[in-house]
Design a protein around this ligand. Structure first.
Ligand code: COA
Length: 466
C-alpha cells in the first residue's frame, strides 16, 4: 500500500511540474514565487504523509548516551529538504553543489556570480528560476525594503559600543510589530493557511535586512546619509550601496557570491535550527529569525568570521607581516596551548575543506591574487591542518567558510570586523525563512525533545552493556 501511495504522490508531483512547464511555455507571465509555492505545497504534503506511512515506525539507528551529552552531534532529529550537508563533499542546495549553483543560477547583467534571489527561489521550490523571475524578486524586495520609523529610531538610539549583531537582533525582533502572521493568528487563521502570512513576513524580513545592516554600519562606523533603495537594482547591489560600496562592481559581485553561499547549511546548525525551533512555537518569522541571529552571534558559529580576522591581525602584530612558516606554526601552537580554538578551522559535520572556503579562495585568486592578507590566509591553510592533526583533538582540521570571508571584505576596504557577522546574518535569513515557510506549509508541530537527568541515565543504563 505504501508503495502505491508513494507512486501516486510521485505522479502528482510530476503532474505539478508538467503543469508548470506547460504554464511556462504557454502563459505570457511566468508564476511568481508565491504562486509556484502554492502549486507545489499540496503534493509535498502528500509526499510527507506517504513517507511517514511508509517509514514512520522504523528506527533511525541507536542513540548513544554520549550524543545526549555531546551536543546531539550526528543525532538524526530534523527534516529539511532545502540543503543537505555531506561530510566529505560539503553543502548541496536542493541537490546542487556550490560550483553547480554558480553555473546554474541567474546572474546580474554583466556579472558572473549567482544572484542570491535565485538561491532563495531554488531553496523554496527546488527549481532554478528564470532571469525574469529573479528580476521580479529583486523588485519585490526593493519595494518592501523600507523600515518602520520606530525601528530606525531603535537603531539610532543604540550606543555604537553595542555589538552590531545585538543591534541587528533588536531591530529584527522589533519588526514583529507588523507581522502578517501574528496578525492573522490573532484573527483566527486556519492552520492550512499558515504558510501564506509566513511567506509574506519572510519576504518582508529578507527585504528589510539591507536597510537594517546599512543603518547599523552607518551608526557604528560613521558615514553620510544613507542612500535610497534603487528599485531597479538587485538585492546585493542595494546592500553594497547602503554600505557605501556600490561604486566597486567587484564588491557587488562579492556580495552576490557571499549572500548565496552563506544562506543555508542544512537544518541542524545553530542558526538554522534555532529559527526552526522558535518558529515551531508559531512565533512569527521576525521573532524566529532574531533568535537565529543570537545563535549566529556566537564565536563558534557565525562570529568566527570576525574572530578569524582578529586572530590574523593579532598574529601579524606578534610575528610581523611576511612571517616564515615556522613562525606561523609556532603562533598556531601558542593559540592551542592557551586553550583557545583556531577560528575558521574545524566543523561539526564537515570532514574536508569547506567548498564555501574554496569558492571564496577562487574569487580571491581571480580578483586579489597578490593581496598580502590573502597570501597569509593561504599560508595559514598550508599550516593549520597539520598542526590540528598533530594536536589530535579536532575531528576536522580543515578550514570552514569563515576562514576566508574576512580577507575578501578587507581587501575592498570593509575592515570593520565587528560587522562581518551581520553580513552572514543577512544571508542566513534566506535559509531560515525558507525553512519557516515549508514548516508552516507542512504543519510541523512544536518541537519538544525529551531531556534526562544524569541520575536517570545512570539508573536506566546501570545493567546494560550496550
Ligand atoms: C566548529 C566547531 C565548533 C565544531 O565543534 P565540534 O563539533 O565540537 O568539533 P570537534 O568534535 O572536532 O571537537 C573536538 C575537540 O577539538 C577541538 N577543536 C575543534 N576545532 C578546533 C579548532 N579549530 N581549534 C582548536 N581546537 C579545535 C574542540 O574544541 C574539541 O576540544 P575539547 O575536546 O577540548 O572540547 C569547532 O571546530 C571550532 O570551535 N572551530 C573554531 C570556530 C569556528 O571556526 N567556527 C565556525 C564553524 S563554521
Amino acid at each position: 500500500m505504501s508503495s502505491a501511495l508513494r507512486a501516486a504522490v510521485q505522479q502528482s508531483r510530476r503532474s505539478v511540474f508538467a503543469r508548470s512547464a506547460r504554464y511556462a511555455s504557454t502563459s505570457a507571465k511566468a508564476p511568481t514565487l508565491k504562486e509556484r509555492l502554492a502549486e507545489l505545497i499540496p503534493a509535498e504534503i502528500e509526499n510527507v504523509k506517504a513517507t511517514r506511512v511508509a517509514h514512520g515506525k522504523k528506527s533511525f539507528g541507536p542513540v548513544l548516551v554520549d550524543q545526549l551529552y555531546g551536543g546531539m552531534r550526528g543525532l538524526p532529529a530534523l527534516v529539511w529538504d532545502g540543503s543537505v550537508l555531506d561530510p566529505e563533499e560539503g553543502i548541496r542546495f536542493r541537490g546542487k553543489s556550490i560550483p553547480e549553483i554558480q553555473e546554474a543560477l541567474p546572474k546580474a547583467p554583466g556579472g558572473s556570480e549567482p544572484l542570491p534571489e535565485g538561491l532563495f527561489w531554488l531553496l523554496l521550490t527546488g527549481e532554478v528560476p528564470t532571469q525574469e523571475q529573479v528580476a521580479a524578486l529583486s523588485k519585490d524586495w526593493a519595494a518592501r525594503a523600507a523600515l518602520p520609523a520606530f525601528v530606525e529610531e531603535i537603531l539610532d538610539r543604540c550606543p555604537p559600543t553595542l555589538h552590531p549583531m545585538s543591534q541587528f537582533s533588536l531591530a529584527v525582533t522589533a519588526l514583529n510589530h507588523d507581522s502578517a502572521f501574528a496578525k492573522a493568528y490573532q484573527e483566527g487563521i486556519s492552520k492550512k493557511e499558515y504558510w501564506q502570512p509566513t511567506f509574506e513576513d519572510s519576504m518582508d524580513l529578507i527585504a528589510k535586512l539591507p536597510s537594517i545592516a546599512g543603518r547599523i554600519f552607518r551608526n557604528v562606523y560613521g558615514g553620510d546619509k544613507l542612500p535610497a533603495i534603487d528599485l531597479e537594482k538587485d538585492y546585493s547591489y542595494n546592500l553594497a550601496n547602503l554600505l557605501g560600496y556600490a561604486d566597486k562592481p567587484d564588491f557587488v559581485e562579492l556580495m552576490r557570491l557571499y549572500l548565496t553561499i552563506h544562506a543555508d547549511h542544512e537544518g541542524g546548525n545553530v542558526s538554522a535550527h534555532t529559527g526552526k525551533l522558535v518558529g515551531s512555537a508559531l512565533s512569527d518569522p521576525f521573532l524566529a529569525f532574531a533568535a537565529s541571529l543570537n545563535g549566529l552571534a556566537g564565536p563558534l558559529h557565525g562570529l568566527a568570521n570576525q574572530e578569524v580576522l582578529l586572530w590574523l591581525r593579532k598574529m601579524q602584530s606578534k610575528i610581523g607581516e611576511n612571517a616564515t612558516d615556522e613562525a606561523v606554526r609556532d603562533y598556531v601552537w601558542t593559540t592551542l596551548k592557551a586553550g583557545q580554538v583556531v577560528p575558521g578551522y574545524g566543523h561539526a559535520v564537515l570532514r574536508k575543506t569547506d567548498p564555501r572556503y574554496m569558492a571564496q579562495r577562487e574569487f580571491a585568486l581571480k580578483h586579489l591574487p597578490n593581496d598580502s592578507l590573502f597570501k597569509l590566509v593561504a599560508q595559514v591553510y598550508n599550516i593549520v591542518p597539520n598542526v590540528l592533526l598533530e594536536a589530535g583533538k579536532a575531528k576536522n582540521p580543515w578550514p570552514n567558510v569563515d576562514a576566508h570571508s574576512g580577507v575578501l571584505l578587507t581587501y575592498y576596504g570593509l575592515d570593520q570586523m565587528g560587522f562581518y557577522t551581520v553580513l552572514f546574518g543577512v544571508s542566513r535569513a534566506f535559509g531560515v525563512a525558507s525553512q519557516l515557510i515549508w514548516d508552516r506549509a507542512l504543519g510541523a508541530p512544536i518541537e519538544r525533545p525529551k531531556s534526562y537527568s544524569t541520575e536517570a541515565i545512570n539508573e536506566i543504563f546501570k545493567d546494560k552493556t550496550a
